[in-house]
Design a protein around this ligand. Sequence first.
Ligand code: SF4
Length: 197
Amino acid sequence: MDQGFQFITPSEVIEYMFCPRFVYYLNVLKISQFEHRRTLVNKGRDIHKLKLVRNKDYLRSKIGAIEKFNDVYLSSEILRLVGRIDEVLILSDGTAAPLDYKYAYWENRIYKTLRTQQVLYALLIEEHFQKPVDKAFIVYVRSNNHLESMPITSEHKKKAINILDEIFEIISLSLYPKATKTIAKCSDCTYRNLCVS
Ligand code: SF4
């Protein structure tokens, strides 16, 4: 593999969506964040509880999965993306789907960042498993393992690929992106001392 080949993770894509400058600081200037931020890493807070949930096969039968792969690391040189997926399910209709555990409460909506993450997983799964992915499953552990599914359309996939292209344009051309339009985000941002508006 080309030593200079750079991969990004779904978390970095989500951070780019939070503010495009994160990609610049992290991937162009290579200034790491002092702490990983916010709810982006809400999993892993209680690994033990998550493991207990994941051992329950009833979720798999509820979905109609015929095969399950745990902790799947996938990378794609085409997408320049690498990610770890909690579970990849092969469904009886010939499709595949990611299943993600969130140590969070179900709040009657799937947040945009989480949606994007699932679409990126879908792209990785399609490439590696050679099966179409048209949905994703999310388990909200703190709401009694509430299981939610979300559709993934070709439009979603196109948008996600466009975001990846935007990110790699910043990285390859060392572009300094515009600041977030939501100034409130800057108040507790790790990079606020570096940022010029
Ligand atoms: S300080 Fe504001 S503009 Fe700068 S990186 Fe942070 S969120 Fe983005």
